[in-house]
Ligand binder design. Structure first.
Ligand SMILES: C[S@@+](CC[C@H](N)C(=O)[O-])C[C@H]1O[C@@H](n2cnc3c(N)ncnc32)[C@H](O)[C@@H]1O
Length: 281
């Protein structure tokens, strides 16, 4: 038996008999066009597809691929209900696991990349594997992937940092003004109760004051919203950092703060490598 076959055998022994399967796939940001060929095939061949996607059109497209479909949307707070998003996420995990436990081949289609700033996939996969089921994640096109494409920026030019906006505020993250800084869920910045779906100008003023330790208030920043439909354009709104508290934000807004300083050579390393500063392009 080859080493690979032996490994597969060992893997299947550790799986429960009649183990279910769960595969998380990403549908990208744009209706029907940003799903990988492999992910689409998983959707088509699943016993049951759960989904969390931005709009009804994407949901209907998923149903056209596989009519055995259930939306995870109803687990979010409805109308005036006050519900902690942690409860929402654990109910979603439980709904998925219930079907996996019954031995089904379950696919969960999440918009964007299923594992980028998305806890339901990671929690479900961990739980499913602990229970002896087969669980995996396939990559998808994230909001960040669309942002670099739409803004024409190569993040490799200066490097970049990426944080969830509230985590950035609540923890001691140090931004590097020589790289790009992405703040996800900017519309929820400072909303620590996990029950509201928007933030306030006052909280954003605190964020701006915090950021002003590293960036001038007049520094140009960008609110980016990828288009969910092929006939629409992305929202790319440029303004000064100081204006952030007064700009319209939505749950799909991502804040990009471009570098405010030039890269600086590390003269100590250059010296140790025997490189002259003038030799660096
Ligand atoms: C919970 S995260 C989900 C990210 C998703 N898994 C992905 O791969 O893009 C939600 C955040 O993603 C970003 N996002 C989602 N949709 C977006 C869009 N259409 N354009 C720009 N950013 C978006 C926003 O920062 C939003 O607050």
């Amino acid at each position: 038996m080859s080493l690979k076959a032996a490994e597969i055998n060992k893997d299947s022994l550790s799986l429960q008999q009649n183990a279910g399967r769960v595969t998380f796939v990403g549908t990208g940001l744009q209706l029907a066009g940003q799903v990988s060929v492999l992910s689409k095939s998983y959707i088509e061949n699943a016993d049951l597809v759960f989904s969390l996607v931005p709009d009804g059109f994407t949901e209907r497209w998923l149903v056209s691929l596989n009519p055995n479909h259930r939306s995870l949307q109803p687990y979010y707070a409805q109308k005036d209900e006050v519900k902690n998003r942690r409860d929402t996420y654990s109910q979603m995990v439980e709904a998925i696991l219930e079907q996996v436990r019954s031995g089904l081949n379950v696919v969960v289609a999440l918009y964007g990349h299923p594992g980028v700033f998305a806890c339901v996939s990671h929690l479900s996969i961990k739980q499913a594997r602990q229970e002896g089921h087969h669980a995996q994640m396939l990559p998808g096109i994230s909001a960040e992937a669309c942002l670099w494409a739409d803004l024409g920026i190569d993040p490799g030019t200066s490097g970049h940092q990426s944080y969830e906006a509230t985590q950035f505020m609540l923890y001691q993250h140090i931004p590097n003004p020589k790289t790009h800084l992405l703040l996800w869920q900017i519309a929820l910045a400072g909303e620590h109760t996990l029950t509201e779906f928007s933030t306030t100008s006052e909280r954003l003023e605190i964020l701006v004051e915090h950021l002003s330790q590293w960036y001038p208030l007049a520094h140009e920043v960008i609110i980016y919203e990828a288009a969910n439909f092929p006939h629409l354009k992305p929202r790319i709104e440029r303004f000064n950092l100081s204006q952030l508290p007064y700009v319209e934000l939505s749950t799909i807004s991502t804040l990009l703060i471009p570098p405010s300083e030039k890269l600086a050579l590390n003269v100590d390393i250059l010296k140790r490598l025997g490189i002259e500063a003038g030799d660096i392009g």
